[in-house]
Design a protein around this ligand. Structure first.
Ligand code: AMP
Ligand code: MG
Length: 392
């Protein structure tokens, strides 16, 4: 567990969640607020004992009953959790099941680990025939193309042949790939070649897709939609560090997300307060990498060169939706601080925190991120706010 004070609740996906919510860092699910029955019992017992202590206990009980409650489960190869504000406590099991069901369905459609998913069948039929796809698959491919354009090709879901080549797929690597092989694979990478027509999609021969940089964010947006449709107005969904919130954690208290130091994951750099409806995601170097010849290579590949990205340690993006924060954190990791900041000028409402792979740590914040992020005192001197002028 993390040594960053008693309020730290969770680790995962480059972030940890802060606040009084217990979370998926703890096995199973944790109900932090006590049940109504227990509350009643608590009050009766205490009132019989001491009047003063009764009042103190009542204060404690009513305070606890305002806390959000969380349920966690495994999904899409990672840990997921649904947290709802206290007023929805009784509906948590039913709401969690509804979210779980949506994630299961999306995994069936989008996973590259399942040979019968729409995405796998699309690759298997590449160059031969189109595959009919669900509305969700079509939508995620449209969004993937959109983030490909926005990021000027830094985000590209057709990067799959290179991800495999560098040993992030089923086969591990023991040596750096030959430059000619990298060149060959690069010819198969171009998101503009994904063809969408009506209800079907088509890929040119040899091409394949990897939705690892956008799929979880998309799934979180779908999950939040389910909660909204169920009448929930205050909740948080977390899928492997892709987080989106609704409303507030407690009346007057924003949802708060802790950001880890990518160089020392046990330490917290600071916290981000997420406004109603917003999402956050982190792309980082420290959780997934391959080691070849004693050197670490990032799992994020620069689709322009065919090589794993160097020079960045982590990028956190806050965005109006989780698809955007997922895709853009991956994209900005490829682009780096200057080009990333430049790209963000075309994406309203989206803010970023960049950390280069450099010692000592420097936290580069867009001006909007500077209003959402609070560093812990130790890292305050490391903050650099990017100039708003440069963003025009
Ligand atoms: P994330 O953790 O969201 O940054 O996503 C990283 C994952 O996206 C990798 O593990 C790959 O599966 C995939 N990926 C790697 N490089 C890229 C890229 N340039 N564009 C889109 N997806 C990528
Ligand atoms: Mg991503």
């Amino acid at each position: 567990m993390l040594a960053a004070g008693p309020s730290v609740a969770r680790l995962g996906g480059g972030k940890l969640r802060l606040g009084r919510t217990a979370g998926p860092g703890i096995p199973g699910f944790v109900l932090t607020a006590i049940s109504r029955r227990a509350l009643g019992h608590c009050l009766r017992t205490w009132s019989r004992l001491y009047r003063i202590l009764f009042l103190v206990a009542m204060g404690a009980c009513s305070r606890e009953s305002t806390e959000p409650v969380t349920r966690s489960f495994a999904s899409m190869g990672t840990q997921a959790s649904v947290t709802v504000a206290a007023e929805y406590r009784d509906r948590l099991p039913e709401l969690t099941e509804a979210v779980h069901e949506v994630l299961r369905r999306l995994e069936d459609q989008l996973s590259t680990y399942r040979s019968d998913s729409e995405i796998s069948r699309l690759a298997a039929a590449a160059g031969r025939f189109p595959i009919s796809v669900s509305a969700d698959t079509r939508r995620i491919l449209e969004l993937a193309r959109r983030y490909g354009e926005l990021s000027r090709g830094a985000f590209d879901v057709t990067v799959a042949p290179l991800v495999q080549l560098w040993g992030f797929g089923r086969r591990a690597r023991h040596s750096v790939p030959d430059p000619e092989v990298i060149e060959d694979r690069l010819r198969l990478v171009n998101f503009r070649s994904i063809e969408l027509q009506g209800g079907s999609a088509f890929l040119p021969a040899g091409m394949s897709l990897d939705l690892g940089g956008i799929g979880k964010g998309f799934a979180v947006d779908k999950a939040v939609e389910v909660l909204r449709r169920s009448g929930v107005r205050a909740a948080m969904v977390d899928l492997g560090g892709n987080i989106r919130v609704l409303g507030q954690a407690e009346p007057g208290t924003s949802w708060t997300i802790g950001i880890r130091n990518p160089f020392e994951s046990e330490r917290v750099l600071g916290v981000i307060k997420l406004p109603d409806g917003m999402a956050v995601a982190t792309s980082g170097n420290y959780e997934r990498f391959v080691e070849i010849g004693g050197r670490r290579y990032s799992h994020i590949i620069d689709p322009r060169t065919g090589y794993p990205v160097e020079g960045m340690a982590g990028v956190t993006v806050v965005s109006p939706d989780a698809t955007g924060s997922d895709a853009l954190s991956t994209a900005l990791f490829v682009l780096g601080v200057e080009s990333g900041f430049e790209v963000l000028k075309d994406v309203p409402g989206t803010e970023a925190l960049f950390i280069r792979d450099r010692d000592p740590v420097e936290l580069w914040l867009t001006p909007g991120m500077a209003t959402l992020f609070t560093a812990v005192p130790e890292y305050e001197p490391a903050i650099r706010v990017l100039s708003a002028e440069a963003r025009k």
